[in-house]
Design a protein around this ligand. Structure first.
Ligand code: IMP
Length: 203
C-alpha cells in the first residue's frame, strides 16, 4: 500500500480515470490533489520514456511518490501510428476532435480497421525507485464517431460492438488499457523488486 500518491497528469479526463481505478484497487491510501508543478515536455521516443519523464519530474517537485500514464493509439493500417505521437497527431495544439477527424480521414480507404490502445504507467518513489507496467486493449477504428462518454479517441474505438465512448465510466474502467496497466502495476508492487532500468520489452 502506498500511503500518499500524486497522479502526475494535468489532463482532468485521465486523472479522473486513474483515480477511479486506483481507489477501487486498494493500492493507494490517499491521492494528494491540488499540487502544481512545471509542465513536463514529453520528449521521449517511447511511451515508457514519457511516463518515466513525467513521474520522475513530479516526484522530484512534490517529494511524493508520483504515478504517470502515457498512452498511444496504435493502428495496424497506419503501421502503428500515431503511437507515441497520439496527442499531437493533428498538430501541436490539436483538440480531441481534430485528432479523431484526422484519423478517420487517413483511414477512409482502409479495410483493416484493427488498432490497440497501449498504456505504460510509471511509479517513481522519492527514493528514486521506479516501477513500470503496461496494459493493452485491442479493438477496431469505426467509420464515424459514436457515444458521448470517455475522451480522446474513445468515440472511434470499438470493442465488441460498442465504442469506448458508449460505455459507462465503470464499464470502460473495467476493461481499459489504463485499468490493465494499473492492475499489472499493482501486481508487480506486491511481488517484484523495482525496475533495474531495463526496457519493458526485455522483461
Ligand atoms: P497522453 O497519454 O496524454 O499523451 O495521450 C495520448 C493521446 O491519446 C491523447 O490524444 C489522448 O487524448 C489519447 N488518449 C489517452 N488515453 C485515452 C483513452 O483512454 N481513450 C481515448 N483516447 C485516449
Amino acid at each position: 500500500m502506498i500511503p500518499r500518491l500524486v497522479v502526475a497528469s494535468k489532463n482532468p479526463d485521465k486523472i479522473a480515470e486513474v483515480e477511479d481505478i486506483l481507489m477501487g484497487q486498494g493500492l493507494v491510501g490517499e491521492l494528494v490533489r491540488g499540487l502544481t508543478w512545471a509542465d513536463v515536455p514529453e520528449t521521449g521516443a517511447t511511451l515508457e520514456e514519457n511516463a518515466l519523464l513525467k513521474a520522475r519530474a513530479v516526484s522530484r517537485e512534490t517529494g511524493l511518490p508520483a504515478l504517470a500514464d502515457d498512452t498511444g493509439l496504435e493502428v495496424v493500417a497506419l503501421g502503428g501510428r500515431p503511437g507515441v505521437y497520439s496527442a499531437r497527431y493533428a498538430g501541436e495544439d490539436a483538440t480531441y476532435a481534430d485528432n479523431v477527424s484526422k484519423l478517420l480521414a487517413e483511414m477512409a480507404a482502409a479495410v483493416d480497421r484493427r488498432a490497440r490502445f497501449r498504456t505504460v504507467v510509471a511509479l517513481v518513489e522519492p527514493s528514486g525507485e521506479t516501477w513500470t507496467a503496461e496494459g493493452v486493449l485491442a479493438g477496431e477504428i469505426t467509420r464515424e464517431p459514436r457515444g458521448d462518454g470517455g475522451f480522446g479517441y474513445d468515440p472511434v474505438f470499438e470493442v465488441e460492438g460498442r465504442t469506448l465512448a458508449e460505455l459507462t465510466p465503470e464499464e470502460k474502467n473495467r476493461i481499459s488499457h489504463r485499468a490493465r496497466a494499473l492492475r499489472a502495476l499493482a501486481e508487480r508492487l506486491s511481488k517484484d523488486s523495482p525496475d533495474g532500468g531495463e526496457p519493458l520489452s526485455e522483461r
